[in-house]
Ligand binder design. Structure first.
Ligand code: MIC
Ligand code: SF4
Length: 755
C-alpha cells in the first residue's frame, strides 16, 4: 500500500471542526474549494474570513510530489535544510528524462544509461530522506499520483504545473516551484494568495465523439491562457457527476493552461468507483463518512452567481469536439469550424504525426476509446496516412491495456508504443524529419502546443485534441477531416465512415500490473550517502545567492525586451536542455534563448551595450556579470506562462539579472522569482513598456522603503541623455520582502538552521 491511510484519517477527522469554524467566519454557504482550503490552514481553525485574490494565507498541504526534471533542484535545496526526513509524505517520479526515439523498451534502456547519474542521485536522496521513489518507466507523475495518492478533500503541492490532475479525485492539488516543495518538506507552512473562485456548471451528458478533453478545450477558449490566473476552478452539476474520474482528471490537468491555480470536482459515485478499482476501497469508505464536506453546499450550486466570482455554464449534450491551436492552447475551434480555419490561415493541412497519451489523456477510458477508432481502421481497410505514437501514462495502465489487446490494435494501425513517460510532450522526441524547414502539422492529446515544444522545430504547427479525434485524424492524415461528417476511401477504393468511439471507463477484468515501479525509502536513512561529483556536468551543489546590498539598484543594463508570448519554454527550454536541470551553471546557457527581442524580432540576439555587438542572451548576461554590472529583463503579458520549472527564475538570478519587469505574470513563475530573491515587477501603466529603449541603463528606486502595496520606481536613462521615470507595482508581502533582502528564501532557512 503506497498511500498513507492514517494521514487521510487525520485530515478527515479535522474536517468537522474546521469547516464549522470556517462557516462562522465566512458567514455564508461554502464552496468545495473553501471547505478544503479552510480545512488545511496552517494554524488550524479559521479565525477570520480571507479575502479572495487579496490575503496571503499559510496552508499545511498533506503531500508533496516531484518529477525528475524539477526534483533535482527541489532536493538540492532540501538537502540544505538540515532535516533528517521529509515532514510530509513525498514522492519522486522519473518521467521527464526519457527520450522517445524507437519504442518503449529500447528508449527506457537508453534513458537509464544516459541519466544514470541523475536517477541514482534522486534514488539515493529519496532513500535517505524518506521519500517514495517511482523508477523510470513507472509512469508520468500525475497519472501515478491519481492511481495511488490522490484522495478527495486532500491538499497537495507538486513541482509540476499539471499537478492539478489530482483535482479529478476531489483534491486541491497545486503546481509549485521546487523551493515551495522544499519548504513544505522541511516542515514549514506553504503560502498562497487566497484564490478567487470560478464555478463551471456542467449540464447534460457527453455522447458520440465528444469527451472530457473537449470540456477543457472549450473552457480554454473561453478563459484564454491568463483567464484563470489567481483562481481555482470548481466544476459542479449533473454533467460533472456523469464524467468518469479520469475524465475529471483530464479537465483539471489541462486547467493549468488557463493559468488557474488549480481545478477541482466534488466527491461522487464516479470517484468512489475509481478509488475502489485502484485498490483504495478504504479511502472511499472514509470519504463516504465525511461526504457532506467533500462537495460544495447545495445553496452554492443552486445560486452559483452569488458565491463564485465568475460562472461558466457548459452543456455537455451539445458540446462539439474541439481542436485547439496552433502555438497556444487557448485558440479553440469546434471541429465543424476547424477545416475552414486551417484553410483560411494557411496552416499546413497535411497531418504528419498524431500523438496520443501523456499525463492528461492516458486513462483506460482514453486508450479504449482511441483503440475503438483504430480497430475500425484495421477492419475497414483504412491505411493510416500519418505517423502515430501512443504514450501510456503509467505501467498500471500500460500493462492493463496490453492485456486487453488495445496496444496490439494500435500497432496494427501502424502505431508505435512509447515508454510510460513524458517523451514528445516535453520535447524528448527524436522526431524523424526529412526537412525541418518545411512548415508541418502535428496533432496531440497533450496539454501544451507552444512553438518548438514537441520537436524543437519552430515550423511545426502543433494542435491539441482528444485521443479519439487525434486517432481519427491520423488515419485521414488531413486536418480538414471531420470524422463526425466525412468519409474516407479505403484500400479497396470504397468510401467508409468511422463510427463513434466506444470505450470503457474502467477495465472489466480490473487493473493489473507486474511491477508498478515503486521503491520504498530506507527505514533509517542516516547511513545512506548522497554523492554529487564535483566534476559532474549534470549535477551541481548550490551556492547561496548574495543578499541585497541594502541600497537602490542602479546602473542596470537592459538585457532583453521580450515581445509577445514568453512562456517558461521560451525562458528555459526543455527538450535537449532537460539534461542540465540539476546543474544551474550549465542550464543557464539556455536562458531566454526562445524569447523574441522586441527591437529586431529575432530570438537569442540582443545588443551588448558594452561593445555594441549583438550576441546570444546568456552570453550577453555573462558579459555584464563579468563586469559586475546587473541587468534587467522586460516582458509582455502572462510572462512565465506554462511550467513550474524554477530554473526560469534561478537562471536569471545566477546570471546577474536583478529584476523582471512585465505587463503581467503567470502565478507560479512570479512566486518562483520571489523565492529566489529576484524582483518581479509589473508596469503600473502598460504604456510605459513602449518607453524602454534598446540602449537603456536602468535604476530601480524606493527599495529602502520596500513595503507591501507600495509601488517602486523605475528610472530609464536613455543614451541621448534624456530620461523617463515611472512607477511599477509588485505583490510582495512582508515575508517575501524578507526573501528579497536575504537574497532568496533558502538563505533564510539556512540562517535559521545555523541558529
Ligand atoms: C511541462 O509540461 O511543461 C512540464 C515539463 O511538465 C513542466 C515541468 C518542467 O519543466 O520540468 C510543468 O508543467 O511544470
Ligand atoms: Fe509530462 Fe507533458 Fe504532462 Fe508535463 S504535460 S507532466 S511534460 S506529459
Amino acid at each position: 500500500m503506497a498511500f498513507d491511510l492514517d494521514m487521510i484519517k487525520k485530515v478527515y477527522d479535522n474536517y468537522g471542526p474546521r469547516i464549522a469554524a470556517a462557516r462562522k467566519v465566512v458567514g455564508k454557504p461554502l464552496t468545495l474549494t473553501e471547505k478544503i482550503l479552510y480545512s488545511h490552514l496552517w494554524d488550524g481553525n479559521a479565525t477570520e474570513a480571507h479575502e479572495r485574490g487579496v490575503t496571503y494565507v499559510d496552508f499545511a498541504p498533506d503531500r508533496v510530489a516531484m518529477q525528475d526534471a524539477t526534483a533535482q533542484m527541489a532536493l538540492l535545496q532540501f538537502m540544505q535544510a538540515g532535516r533528517p526526513t521529509v515532514a510530509v509524505p513525498s514522492t519522486v517520479h522519473c518521467d521527464h528524462l526519457i527520450q522517445a526515439k524507437i519504442g518503449a523498451i529500447e528508449d527506457l534502456a537508453t534513458a537509464n544509461t544516459q541519466n544514470k547519474e541523475v536517477f541514482d542521485f534522486l534514488a539515493s536522496v529519496s532513500d535517505k530522506y524518506g521519500i517514495g521513489f517511482w523508477k523510470p518507466g513507472a509512469g508520468i507523475i500525475h497519472q501515478v499520483v491519481l492511481e495511488n495518492y490522490a484522495f478527495p478533500g486532500g491538499m497537495m503541492i507538486g513541482t509540476d504545473s499539471h499537478t492539478p490532475n489530482a483535482g479529478g479525485l476531489g483534491m486541491i492539488a497545486i503546481g509549485v516551484g521546487g523551493a515551495d516543495a522544499c519548504d513544505v518538506m522541511a516542515g514549514l507552512a506553504w503560502e498562497l494568495k487566497f484564490p478567487k473562485l470560478i464555478g463551471v456548471k456542467l449540464t447534460g451528458k457527453l455522447s458520440g465523439w465528444t469527451s472530457a478533453k473537449d470540456v477543457i478545450l472549450k473552457v480554454a477558449g473561453i478563459l484564454t491562457v491568463k483567464g484563470g490566473t489567481g483562481a481555482i476552478v470548481e466544476y459542479f452539476g449533473e454533467g460533472a457527476r456523469s464524467l468518469s474520474a479520469t475524465g475529471k482528471g483530464t479537465i483539471c490537468n489541462m486547467g493549468a493552461e488557463i493559468g488557474a491555480t488549480t481545478s477541482v470536482f466534488g466527491y461522487d459515485e464516479k470517484i468512489a468507483t475509481y478509488l475502489k478499482g485502484t485498490e483504495r476501497e478504504e479511502i472511499a469508505k472514509l470519504a463516504d463518512q465525511v461526504k457532506e464536506h467533500l462537495t460544495g453546499d447545495e445553496e452554492v450550486y443552486s445560486n452559483p452567481d452569488k458565491y463564485f466570482d465568475q460562472v461558466i455554464e457548459i452543456d455537455l449534450s451539445t458540446l462539439e469536439p474541439h481542436v485547439n491551436g496552433p502555438f497556444t492552447p487557448d485558440m479553440a475551434w469546434p471541429i465543424s469550424k476547424f477545416a475552414a480555419a486551417v484553410k483560411e490561415n494557411g496552416w499546413p493541412q497535411t497531418l504528419e504525426v498524431g500523438l496520443i497519451g501523456s499525463c492528461t489523456n492516458s486513462s483506460y477510458e482514453d486508450i479504449s476509446r482511441a483503440a475503438s477508432v483504430a480497430e475500425q481502421a484495421v477492419n475497414k481497410k483504412l491505411v493510416a496516412k500519418a505517423e502515430f505514437t501512443i504514450t501510456p501514462g503509467s505501467e498500471l495502465v500500460r500493462y492493463t491495456v496490453e492485456r486487453d489487446g488495445y496496444l496490439d490494435t494500435f500497432e496494427k494501425m501502424g502505431g508505435v508504443v512509447l515508454a510510460n513517460a513524458c517523451g514528445p510532450c516535453i520535447g524528448q522526441w527524436a522526431r524523424h524529419s526529412d526537412d525541418p524547414t518545411r512548415k508541418n502539422s502535428i496533432l496531440t492529446s497533450f496539454n501544451r502546443n507552444f512553438k518548438s515544444r514537441n520537436d524543437g522545430n519552430p515550423n511545426t504547427h502543433a494542435f491539441v485534441a482528444s485521443p479519439e479525434i487525434v486517432t481519427a485524424m491520423t488515419i485521414a492524415g488531413d486536418l480538414s477531416f471531420n470524422p463526425l461528417t466525412d468519409t474516407l476511401i479505403n484500400s479497396d477504393g470504397v468510401q467508409v465512415r468511422l463510427e463513434e468511439p466506444q470505450g470503457l471507463e474502467m477495465p472489466i477484468k480490473g487493473y493489473e500490473v507486474e511491477d508498478a515501479g515503486f521503491q520504498a525509502p530506507a527505514k533509517d536513512g542516516t547511513k545512506v550517502n548522497v554523492i554529487v561529483d564535483p566534476n559532474s556536468s549534470r549535477l551541481q551543489l548550490l551556492d547561496p545567492f548574495k543578499a541585497w546590498e541594502g541600497t537602490d539598484i542602479k546602473g542596470l543594463k537592459l538585457l532583453i525586451k521580450a515581445k509577445g508570448k514568453c512562456t517558461t519554454d521560451h525562458i528555459s527550454m526543455a527538450g535537449p536542455w532537460l539534461k542540465f536541470r540539476g546543474h544551474l551553471d550549465n542550464i543557464s546557457n539556455n536562458m531566454l534563448i526562445g524569447a523574441t527581442n522586441f527591437f529586431n524580432d529575432k530570438a537569442d540576439t540582443v545588443k551588448n551595450q558594452l561593445n555594441g555587438e549583438y550576441g546570444a542572451v546568456p552570453a550577453t548576461a555573462r558579459a555584464y556579470k563579468a563586469q559586475g554590472i546587473g541587468s534587467i529583463v522586460v516582458g509582455d503579458e502572462n510572462y512565465g506562462e506554462g511550467s513550474s520549472r524554477e530554473h526560469a527564475a534561478m537562471e536569471p538570478r545566477h546570471l546577474g539579472v536583478r529584476a523582471i519587469l512585465v505587463k503581467s505574470f503567470a502565478r507560479i513563475h512570479e512566486t518562483n522569482l520571489k523565492k529566489q530573491g529576484m524582483l518581479g515587477l509589473t508596469f503600473a501603466d502598460n504604456n510605459d513598456y513602449d518607453k524602454i529603449r534598446e540602449d537603456d541603463t536602468i535604476d530601480i528606486t524606493g527599495l529602502n522603503d520596500f513595503t507591501p502595496g507600495k509601488p517602486l520606481s523605475i528610472v530609464l536613462h536613455h543614451i541621448d541623455g534624456t530620461s523617463d521615470t515611472f512607477n511599477v507595482n509588485h505583490t510582495y508581502n512582508q515575508q517575501q520582502i524578507e526573501w528579497f533582502k536575504a537574497g532568496g528564501a533558502l538563505n533564510i532557512i539556512r540562517m535559521n538552521q545555523n541558529g
